[in-house]
Design a binder for this molecule. Structure first.
Ligand code: ATP
Ligand code: MG
Length: 453
């Protein structure tokens, strides 16, 4: 314990002397066999060439918590040029901070970064750094990271964890805490607020008080970030399987209303929040379904789900009859509403906006026909399957039967969509009873008994 000391960057808001804590193999749960084979190969190759290499970030965090990491990132004191020589099958990416991707069989990529003194977001725009000035020591690299639980290093020589920031204690105590002074770190990169909320949602940890207060105070600064970066960040949360917990944290901290200001009034009303959570519960259930681990709802479907309570309140899609020119008028209205709140706000491509509009504008029609069966003209529409999927998702959120994950498989064709919807009734028995449209009776859900394939 505590053999090391350093002089970290004061801008990161740290005290001038920092000690690292070394956690011995016997005192932590990570074992080499838990580490991805290719990541280990990279670590051994670095060691054999005389460099130090560490497993870092989410890989260490997740292994410590007994979870399967999404990816295994590695940091080293080798420079990008040295890495390129050491790993022939590799390439360099990134402009300001160069990162080396090492390729393995089966499209496997391990990312290796040189230890850095600062995060790119902690550098002022006016500051011009000579390229060799961005590299740093292990402790500097720990302090440039976002959360304490993401700032741990695991090394393969003695299988120890090296902790400069109290990350292990935070993992043990279930705490999400920004590294350094949260006010400064958040102001430098407001996306760190989203990262704090993300990891609290995924782990079930609580957010430490100073970090929480800084999030609440600085939430509007998210508006300073490029819209596409914010969009990509929250889309990750929507597919994480923890989108409901994410939304709860965002609503409580009011980040949600910075992202979606038009929701402010609606979610004050308990019913609005309940609808949103019910939709996100379905989204989470689909993303964590054991039978289809790779299921990912497309981006536009995620947008359609999170915006649905707002659009439903505005256009009453499930309780309106749309006839003749009414369809076109509704389409134009929805398109305009989405343009304002989605496209300009989150830089969403036009095709995605059109796809969301299509899902919404066809809801009145699906709602109207669901008991008697889908008319042939509707079934022939190219968008029918997609609208049916979204309709089924909304219906589950409203108390209907569980929507089948097969509906969302990329390879299903229309007859399978019909079949799965028909057989999809029953769910877990807790729902459905109060909603005749989702009975498991012979007629099938959505009245598809009339349109057997
Ligand atoms: P996961 O990959 O499971 O979503 P992760 O923590 O590994 O979680 P990545 O986006 O892969 O997330 O980032 C890898 C690491 O880079 C993080 O663990 C963190 O240490 C660091 N990091 C990422 N974004 C930032 C940021 N904005 N500021 C500082 N450090 C960051
Ligand atoms: Mg990661």
């Amino acid at each position: 314990m505590a053999s090391d000391s350093a002089e970290p960057d004061k801008e990161q808001g740290q005290a001038s002397k920092v000690h690292s804590t070394i956690i011995k193999e016997a005192d932590h749960p990570i074992r080499p066999r838990d580490i991805d084979r290719e990541a280990l190969k990279v670590l051994y190759r670095l060691r054999d060439a005389g460099f130090s290499g560490y497993l870092v970030g989410g890989g260490v965090r997740d292994l410590y918590l007994g979870k399967q990491p999404k990816d295994f990132d590695i940091s080293t004191n080798a420079r990008p040029g040295q890495l390129r020589k050491l790993f022939r099958n590799s390439r360099t990416i990134g402009r300001r901070f160069r990162l080396v991707q090492v390729f393995f069989r089966g499209n496997k990529i391990i990312e290796v970064s040189t230890l850095r003194s600062r995060s790119e977001y902690d550098i002022n725009d006016t500051e011009v750094l000579p390229s060799n000035n961005t590299f740093g020591t292990l402790e500097e690299d720990a302090f440039r990271r976002d959360l304490t639980i993401n700032s741990l290093f695991y090394e393969i020589e003695n299988n120890t964890i090296i902790d400069y920031v109290g990350g292990v204690a935070d993992l043990n105590n279930g705490v999400v805490r920004i590294v350094g002074d949260p006010e400064i770190r958040i102001t430098r990169d407001p996306v760190r607020m989203l990262r704090a909320v993300r990891h609290a949602a995924r782990t079930g940890f609580s957010i430490e008080e100073e970090t929480w207060n800084a999030i609440v105070a600085h939430r509007e600064e998210l508006n300073l970030c490029p819209p596409s970066r914010i969009r990509d960040e929250f889309l990750k949360d929507l597919i994480s399987g923890h989108s409901r917990a994410w939304a709860e944290h965002c609503i409580q901290s009011r980040i949600f209303f910075t992202l979606f200001p038009f929701y402010e009034k609606l979610l004050l009303d308990e019913e609005g929040a309940r609808q949103l959570y019910a939709l996100l519960d379905v989204v989470d259930r689909l993303h964590t379904h054991p039978e289809n681990k790779r299921l990912r709802l497309p981006e536009y479907m995620l947008f359609a789900a999170i915006l649905f309570p707002w659009i439903e309140k505005k256009y009453n899609l499930l309780n309106r009859e749309v006839k003749g020119g009414g369809y076109h008028r509704l389409l134009m209205d929805i398109r305009t509403a989405l343009e304002d709140v989605v496209c300009s706000r989150f830089n969403v491509k036009r095709a995605a906006k059109e796809a969301v509009t299509t899902l919404y504008v066809n809801m009145p029609s699906l709602q109207q026909h669901r008991k008697k069966g889908w008319p042939k003209w509707l079934q022939k529409k190219s968008y029918f399957n997609d609208c049916l999927r979204f309709f089924a998702l909304v219906e589950e959120a409203r108390g209907g039967a569980d929507v089948s994950t097969h509906l969302f498989s990329a390879d299903n064709n229309r007859s399978e969509v019909e079949l799965k919807v028909r057989n999809g009734g029953g769910g877990r028995g807790r729902k459905g009873g109060g909603n005749p449209a989702f009975t498991t009776d012979k007629g099938g859900v959505f009245g598809l008994g009339h349109t057997s394939p």
